[in-house]
Design a protein around this ligand. Structure first.
Ligand SMILES: Cc1cc2nc3c(=O)[nH]c(=O)nc-3n(C[C@H](O)[C@H](O)[C@H](O)COP(=O)(O)OP(=O)(O)OC[C@H]3O[C@@H](n4cnc5c(N)ncnc54)[C@H](O)[C@@H]3O)c2cc1C
Length: 386
């Protein structure tokens, strides 16, 4: 006889409490400052200790390293609730947790974890993660930054582009070519601390959206790091990066779901307030269909995202599921933000309402941590068994 275990789609009481707590925090501590941070293009330094107080600077890391020991599913709930209010802050939280700290937690040795993780998880420093270069984005393995071993040290030369927390990060994981003859198997990862001679922040990017999150170039000129700061095995940096991205993309999917939810709620609210032709615009079927389609797509995206997170929590490799969740969620978020502006009409085009900001912020989600085209490529490779 076949016994089937029922699938339970209901959140647990703990998950409901977590969502309520992060939502309340985001409404009180983030919502009032959203436009101020966006216009100043300034990272909210004062917010970081508050995020740390709630355990959001070390969401998925073990308690022994100062983390909150939450699951991947809990991580999604946290990112979603921050993104619902401010996608820029959510991007910072996701890059700090899901890229820099995750890379150290997944591939660092005990000494490295003890040395770097507690400061990251406790929010004492921000984490940055440097893969992309001016000439190597989607084709990240085409990077030119080099690391040469010299007298017990690694000497790094090159530059990284579009680095989240590039100017303000206290700890950075950077990928560099340690053996040019071995292609992507000749790339290694290193941990570099802020203040290390030879590492300097470059141009700060003036961005379309996600302006509350710091993005800049980082330049390495004869930057010397001790051998002990090689992260993971020599030559495994790029291979490890792909695993970091499998997990990171679940975070970007959750960010997309949260942004879409925020945009949808703003549109729903406005459609009930705004009157034309003697009735609320929500009475028009054209508006109702937009709301219904967005609500349905958001639920589908959330399920894909939670499934990827659930599988990660089960210890399964989620390359395909993460890419599917990231691809779908980011694309439906673009549609939700677009419809949000449309439902607001002219008021969607001005800064008095949240619609225009969601519309600007959302575009990063089909680009960062692998564009939509790259997600399709990853999914197709999985389908074709390549
Ligand atoms: C705000 C922001 C924050 C970021 N944060 C970080 C960070 O913290 N760390 C980091 O390392 N990087 C970061 N990035 C970089 C980001 O990951 C890259 O921008 C992204 O991977 C795309 O690379 P690219 O910009 O060079 O585009 P390109 O790779 O030049 O792509 C240009 C276009 O060509 C398409 N394309 C490329 N190759 C193919 C192909 N094989 N098939 C089909 N189409 C293709 C792409 O999909 C895209 O449409 C960030 C970027 C931004 C904007």
């Amino acid at each position: 006889m076949i016994h089937s275990r029922a699938m339970d789609f209901r959140p647990t009481e703990e998950q409901q409490l977590l969502r309520r707590t992060v939502r309340e925090f985001a409404e009180c501590e983030i919502r009032p400052h959203v436009m101020e941070w966006d216009e100043a293009q300034a990272f909210a330094e004062t917010l970081w200790p508050k995020l740390a107080g709630l355990g959001l600077t070390g969401i998925q890391f073990p308690e022994e390293y100062g983390g909150s020991a939450m699951s991947a599913l809990d991580y999604c709930i946290c990112i979603e609730e921050i993104a619902r209010v401010c996608p820029g802050v959510a991007l910072s939280v996701a890059a700090h947790n899901g890229l820099c700290s995750a890379h150290i937690a997944m591939f660092g040795n005990d000494d490295q974890k003890r040395r770097f993780l507690p400061r990251l998880t406790q929010g004492e420093v921000l984490g940055a993660w440097g893969l992309t270069e001016a000439g190597a984005g989607s084709d990240a393995a085409g990077m030119r930054t080099t690391a040469v071993r010299k007298g017990g040290e690694w000497v790094i030369n090159g530059s990284k582009s579009f680095i989240t927390h590039g100017r303000i990060g206290g700890v950075m994981v950077v990928m560099a070519i340690s053996d040019r003859t071995k292609g992507h198997r000749g790339i290694s990862a290193f941990v570099v601390e802020r203040g290390t001679a030879g590492m300097t922040p470059g141009k700060k990017e003036n961005k379309l959206g996600m302006r509350a999150s710091d993005t800049s170039e980082v330049v390495f000129q004869d930057c010397r790091v001790p051998e002990a700061q090689l992260l993971g095995d020599e030559g495994q940096g790029f291979i490890n990066t792909l695993q970091v991205l499998d997990a990171g993309r679940i975070g970007i999917a959750a960010l997309s779901v949260g942004l879409a939810q925020g945009a949808y709620e703003a549109a729903l609210r406005y459609s009930k307030e705004r009157r034309q032709f003697g009735q609320p615009i929500a009475a028009f079927q054209a508006i109702q269909w937009k709301l219904a389609d967005n609500a349905t797509r958001i639920e589908a995206a959330r399920l894909l995202t939670y499934r990827a997170a659930y599988l990660k929590d089960c210890g399964v490799r989620t390359t395909r599921e993460s890419s599917m969740a990231k691809l779908y969620s980011s694309e439906i978020a673009v549609k939700a933000a677009d419809d949000c502006v449309q439902i607001h009409g002219g008021y969607g085009f001005v800064k008095d309402y949240p619609a225009e900001k969601y519309f600007r912020d959302v575009k990063l989600l089909t680009i960062g941590e692998g564009t939509s085209e790259i997600q399709r490529l990853v999914i197709a490779r999985q389908l074709l068994g390549q």
